[in-house]
Design a protein around this ligand. Structure first.
Ligand SMILES: Cc1cc2nc3c(=O)[nH]c(=O)nc-3n(C[C@H](O)[C@H](O)[C@H](O)COP(=O)(O)OP(=O)(O)OC[C@H]3O[C@@H](n4cnc5c(N)ncnc54)[C@H](O)[C@@H]3O)c2cc1C
Length: 470
């Protein structure tokens, strides 16, 4: 009997129209964000259910073909890049909204739906999904869970992990694990979903999730503030936390180098909201439940901070349009950052008390190697998350390694994390030991070996296993 081809067996699972082979796979699944083809997968399947995902995994395991799941492909660490000949599972057909429970304030949704669809679905029911990222239009529910995304409001509502009440996932052996609970409290044994969250598709494939929603805020107040030094930034953070009565939702800090560069680069699109010579800028947003009283209180608190000399200047948004313009300073980065290429981006975290030292140390270390380096620093200051964009005038693996060493070496010295929220993927894997102890990496390796003994789930990401050391 002639053995059935892999194509035929995959087609039998997902249907011929949902299977693509080799060069027949559209370039967007094989390329990076600059459109360069960077991988050569063997197959792309677009399953329509957890059962189909399960059958694909059973087949992959039997044939020892690796599987990489792709969501919106917006990650920045090469986490969605398949091995040569691998199967890509794209969940883009699994976008259904399955249940919105207004009383329990939960949304159950398939993993291929975009974050924006989840947000809009909640909003249509008068509820609110606080998770928010610049990539919301493309990033998927499965992707944000598998990377434990943080984003712009983590300071108040936490990361993706804090919004997942229940999960359905498929394990490497094809087992479908259903745990779509709607309860915040559930201490019945191990909380396995937390192993899946943030595991970047290396421990299982998320197919559905039940997300925790909140009441929709009735007021949103946004302001851009200028400050003299980082001490003032930290004092302001503490004061706003108290004075705004728990309404502080975003606190984005920008060093002068970042603010000046982005506002000048985007000047043709919109004028800078304030002068470009302040050492620090903070974009503050507060959300509350009293549309009449909240804006007044917000203004009073900020005016008091100006009177005390803590804040040097402030622009408070008076309309949705002005709010968008203020956020654009922080978010409209595509063209300014593209103009810097080749450049390297970093997403690290340190204790709040170490943020200023971390930024200075990393800058010094970079300048010691590359005196003319252009370094742009910003971050989600409320949770110790720093971003650096570094351009040293050349690219290439050697240069990248030197730049990485300068940044991650500094972060290691300070006891921070080499990845605050973007994950490890393939690109940061070699640096994992800079922020995880030997014992932690051993434990991670044991978990991986137990859940995916054949290493078929997204190999080459997060951990360097002995079997792939060569
Ligand atoms: C403009 C921009 C702004 C961003 N801002 C932020 C930010 O503020 N905070 C932040 O944390 N990140 C941010 N990111 C990074 C990125 O958007 C997040 O990492 C996002 O969570 C990735 O989701 P995705 O659907 O695109 O996943 P992908 O990039 O497709 O995949 C990411 C990883 O998850 C795995 N995966 C995807 N879906 C599943 C699934 N269903 N089951 C199992 N594994 C799966 C993949 O295999 C891969 O390992 C930003 C990116 C861009 C381009």
């Amino acid at each position: 009997m002639i053995p059935e081809s892999i194509d035929a067996r995959l087609a039998a699972v997902v249907g011929e129209r949902q299977l693509f082979v080799g060069d027949g796979i559209d370039a967007r699944y094989r390329s990076n964000r600059r459109g360069q083809i960077i991988s050569a997968p063997g197959f792309l399947v677009r399953p329509g259910s957890a059962e189909e995902v399960s059958a694909v995994l059973r087949l992959a395991r039997e044939l020892r073909i690796s599987v990489t799941t792709q969501g919106g492909r917006t990650n920045t660490v090469g986490a969605d890049v398949p091995e040569k000949g691998a199967i890509i599972i794209s969940l883009e057909r699994m976008t259904a909204i399955e249940d919105l429970d207004p009383l329990s304030m939960t949304l159950t949704i398939q993993a291929g739906a975009t974050l924006q669809l989840a947000q809009e679905t909640a909003e249509a029911a008068g509820l609110f999904l606080p998770l928010d990222l610049g990539s919301r239009g493309s990033a998927t529910v499965g992707g944000v869970i598998s990377t434990n995304a943080g984003g712009l409001r983590a300071i108040r509502w936490g990361l993706a992990r804090d919004m997942v009440l229940g999960l359905e996932a498929v394990l490497a052996d094809g087992t479908i694990v259903r745990g779509l609970k709607k309860t915040l409290k559930d201490n019945a044994g191990y909380d396995w979903k937390h192993l899946m969250i943030g595991s970047e598709g290396t421990l299982g494939i998320v197919t559905r999730a039940t997300l925790r929603l909140r009441p929709i805020p009735k007021s949103t107040m946004t302001a851009l503030l200028a400050l003299a030094d980082f001490d003032a930034v930290m004092r302001l953070l503490r004061e706003l936390d108290v004075d705004l009565g728990g309404q502080l939702s975003s606190f984005e800090v920008m060093w002068n180098d970042f603010y000046r560069y982005v506002t000048v680069a985007n000047r043709a699109k919109r004028p800078a909201p304030m002068a470009e010579d302040h050492p620090f800028y903070v974009l503050v947003e507060a959300m509350g439940g009293d549309p009449e009283g909240d804006p007044e209180r917000f203004k009073t608190v900020l005016m008091a901070a100006i009177d005390r000399g803590l804040v040097r200047d402030a622009v408070i948004a008076q309309s949705g349009r002005e709010r968008n313009d203020l956020w654009a300073v922080r978010e409209d980065l595509l063209e300014p950052m593209t103009a810097l290429l080749p450049a390297f981006g970093f997403d690290v975290s340190v204790a709040l008390s170490e943020m200023a030292r971390a930024a200075a140390l990393v800058t010094d270390r970079l300048r010691a190697k590359f005196p003319d380096a252009r370094i742009y620093t910003y971050g989600h200051a409320g949770d110790g998350n720093l971003h650096f964009v570094v351009s040293v005038g050349k690219g290439g693996a050697d240069t990248e390694h030197q730049v990485d060493e300068a940044v991650y070496g500094g972060i290691r010295q300070i006891g921070g994390s080499i990845s605050a929220e973007h994950g490890i993927g393939a690109l940061k894997r070699d640096w994992l030991s800079y922020s995880r102890s030997e014992g932690e990496i051993r434990l991670m390796t044991m978990i991986k070996a137990s859940l995916d003994p054949d290493n078929i789930l997204n190999p080459g990401k997060v951990l360097k296993l002995e079997s792939e050391a060569a």
